[in-house]
Design a binder for this molecule. Structure first.
Ligand code: 3Y8
Ligand code: NAP
Length: 245
């Protein structure tokens, strides 16, 4: 089973499908119309560790590849626990964190509350490209105008003074520069997601000489980590059990 929701998970799904490996692709169900994968898909939580243990036992999955986003820490922790309890092989398909480059003006914070605290100052025009799930804390700082980018149209404006941009990545540097200039953005808040699908805003901020509040990743317990679909296929080939990802 591939725990999906990232560019890397989609690349792995293509590789697994081309190799004819039996696999299922799992989404949490966070978006209305997730990308269709070339594998059978399931959508929705499992019901915590116990639910995932039951799912693994019921389906006979022999290998789990955790290709979720680096901020999907609860899913990753649950996968470690459930695979340990069921003796199912587990590997994570991860991508390195972004590193600051010459010209970057990053203010690193440890988590999302840290990003909220960093906005404790005079009103600014802030690009909050964090999606929909973690915006409520920013209501503590209504002095800012927020430009919010999210995958689906929210039911109501999530913050008092905001502009909502509905868009699904991957994004481009030129597109994000245009977005920032059109909205007069003077500060960017970003997760250190890594990968290519979300990095355009960081490159755009550097080009426009804008400061970035960069949110470090949550810590995930140790597990086998692989960095490419080929490495995952090699791992599957070397495991001694009948393959059913
Ligand atoms: C549901 C599946 C693919 C995967 C594409 C990647 C790239 C585009 C960039 C910005 C940052 C953000 C957000 C983002 C990116 C990729 C990747 C990535 C960031 C989809 C998807 C699902 C989600 C969930 C969604 C979260 C939100 C986060 C938007 C599909 C499109 C901000 C993360 O509205 C919501 O509830 C959105 C929730 C979790 C973070 C949050 O906390 O709000 N991703 N994103 C997955 C599921 O249901 O299991 O709909 O097709 C996948 C992708 N999003 O193959 O094309 O690989 O990272 N996703 C962040 O990085 O900060 C946007 O705007 O600049
Ligand atoms: P999370 O906080 O780590 O997980 C919360 C709960 O959501 C999990 O305990 C699990 O529910 C369910 N879940 C998460 N990912 C799942 C998956 N792939 N398949 C089935 N259930 C899943 O996760 P999140 O940060 O909300 O991320 C949700 C999804 O969005 C993941 O697929 C992730 O890859 C994708 N995504 C997240 C981000 C981000 O910034 N967080 C960015 C891009 C993509 P149960 O406990 O009920 O099993």
């Amino acid at each position: 089973m591939i725990l999906g929701g990232t560019t890397e998970a989609s690349a792995l799904a293509r590789a697994v499908s081309e190799r004819g490996i039996r696999a299922v692709f799992s989404y949490a169900g966070r978006t209305r119309t997730p990308r269709v994968q070339p594998l059978p898909q399931r959508v929705g939580g499992f019901g915590g560790v116990a639910g995932l243990v039951q799912y693994l036992r019921d389906t006979g999955v022999t290998h789990v590849v955790d290709a979720t986003h680096p901020f999907a820490a609860a899913m990753s922790r649950n996968a470690i626990e459930a695979c340990a309890r069921t003796d199912v092989h587990l590997a994570a398909l991860t991508r390195p964190a972004w590193q600051p480059q010459p010209g970057d003006d990053w203010h690193r914070v440890p988590d999302i509350p840290g990003a909220v605290a960093a906005l404790n100052g005079p009103g600014r025009r802030v690009l909050l490209a964090l999606g929909r799930l973690h915006l409520t804390g920013f209501a503590d700082h209504p002095q800012h105008h927020y430009v919010l980018r999210m995958v689906d149209e929210p039911d109501r404006p999530p913050l008092p003074d905001c502009a909502v941009v509905v868009a699904r990545g991957p994004f481009t540097q030129a597109g994000d520069m245009a977005l920032m200039q059109a909205h007069g953005v003077d500060l960017v808040v970003s997760k250190n997601s890594g990968g290519d699908g979300a990095r355009a805003k960081i490159d755009a901020a550097r080009r426009l000489k804008l400061p970035v509040v960069m949110i470090d990743r949550p810590v995930v317990p140790a597990r086998r980590e692989l960095s490419s679909p080929d490495q995952v296929l090699g791992w599957l080939d070397h495991c001694d059990t009948d393959r059913g990802v």
